[in-house]
Design a protein. Structure first.
Length: 388
């Protein structure tokens, strides 16, 4: 999986979205950490939710939630959703800003306007992540513990039947939050759809968990997306090495990729190179690096803004994914390596070029480079085969 994985990104952002700030000088009573919530597993086909539920849709996904929830498709309704959050009061301004800044991360985002007593804003979201064909449900779930922030715990891990789909199921608990002492429990379902993983996340305060869990599971049973597979995940997955097809792109080729806001960015892989490990007075300035030089051209009608190092993933000959090194990168005499490509804002018709680096010496055998717009969570993925 690329970078920290979308699981880590959405869950970490989710904590921002769940914690309320202390209002009017009051204090939120700390919630004692639990040894592990008692849960049930959704396993029956989805039915009509009944009166008092509303349907939310976005990018082909569908999810029903109780009528007390507010939210929707962030690509179309972000202003309305942000205003709904702000109506809760100034204590929720941080959450409103989180929604505005992460509109491309979620397909659906919603919150329960009936705030509970825990000091946590109960909310739900749907997100998706492109993965390699070699990534199975089991390997995806196995990677989660290593992607989570420190002291977060995976309390349960299962592969279950979720309505018409096979799904991964995780229950995750945060440590007591510094601002309030609250513990947040999160229910996460992962549905496989070709080379896309759909993530359904529900979060609430630990002391509301038992009350809200049946609602979360009933909502999860209503999830639908065209094309999601109902095939059981392999029990013993074997990673496959990337292999080139006759029409595979390679160094020198450009690919036009659509962004989630309707734009188009052309990405060209210009060159690759290796940099040896550099030391200065016995201190490592940077490890051995493998670099790719990219050229980006905005072919759309609006500004293309992105974080390039989050868009790229390097796949080695064993099928392992490698994250890009986030600039700045120090070279000899602690000077920054010039020409690194990172955060970009490109006007229509304009372009930018530069290098992106990955850790790895001669033992690293690069096989494939991927570029996914929208901070790595876009709907299209460009792929280039590399000589190992």
């Amino acid at each position: 999986m690329k970078r920290r994985s979308l699981i880590a990104a959405t869950l970490a952002t989710f904590v921002v979205a769940t914690v309320t700030l202390t209002a009017c000088g009051g204090e939120t009573a700390p919630t004692e950490p639990t040894a592990g919530p008692q849960t049930t597993v959704a396993s029956q086909p989805a039915g009509t939710p009944g009166a008092g539920w509303e349907k939310y849709e976005g990018s082909g996904a569908e999810l029903w939630l109780p009528e007390s929830y507010e939210g929707g498709d962030l690509t179309e309704d972000v202003d309305v959703i942000v205003e709904s959050v702000r109506r809760l009061g100034s204590d929720y301004e941080q959450i409103a800003q989180m929604v505005e800044q992460n509109r491309s991360m979620y397909v659906i985002w919603a919150f329960d306007s009936e705030v509970g007593s825990s000091g946590v804003l109960t909310n739900a979201n749907v997100a998706r992540e492109k993965v390699l064909s070699a990534v199975t449900m089991d390997t995806y779930l196995d990677a989660v513990p290593n992607q989570l922030p420190d002291q977060w715990q995976v309390l349960e891990r299962d592969i279950v039947t979720l309505g018409d789909y096979q799904a991964g199921r995780l229950v995750i608990e945060t440590p007591p939050l510094a601002a309030s002492g609250d513990v947040v429990n999160e229910l996460l379902y992962i549905v496989e759809d070709g080379n896309t993983m759909w993530l359904l996340t529900f979060a609430t305060g630990a002391n509301e968990w038992k009350e809200r869990l049946p609602v979360f599971e009933k909502s999860a049973l209503t999830f639908k997306t065209p094309g999601a597979t109902n095939e059981p995940a392999p029990a013993s997955p074997v990673a496959a090495s990337p292999s080139a097809s006759p029409e595979a792109a390679t160094v020198g080729d450009a690919q036009s990729l659509e962004t989630m806001d309707g734009g188009v960015v052309s990405v060209k892989l210009i060159a690759t190179k290796r940099l040896p490990r550099v030391e200065s007075y016995g201190i490592e300035m940077h490890p051995a690096l493998f670099g790719v030089r990219l050229s980006l051209t905005n072919e759309g009608d609006s500004v293309y803004s992105d974080g390039v190092e989050t868009c790229v993933t390097l796949i080695d000959g064993k099928g392992n994914a490698h994250e890009a090194v986030v600039p700045p990168i120090s070279g000899k005499n602690a000077n920054r390596i010039p020409g690194c490509l990172s955060l970009v804002k490109i006007a229509p018709g304009k372009g930018r070029s530069g290098w992106v680096y990955f850790k790895g010496g001669k033992a690293l055998k690069p096989a494939q480079l991927q570029y996914t717009p929208d901070y790595g969570v876009g709907t299209q993925v460009g792929e280039w085969q590399l000589e190992m």
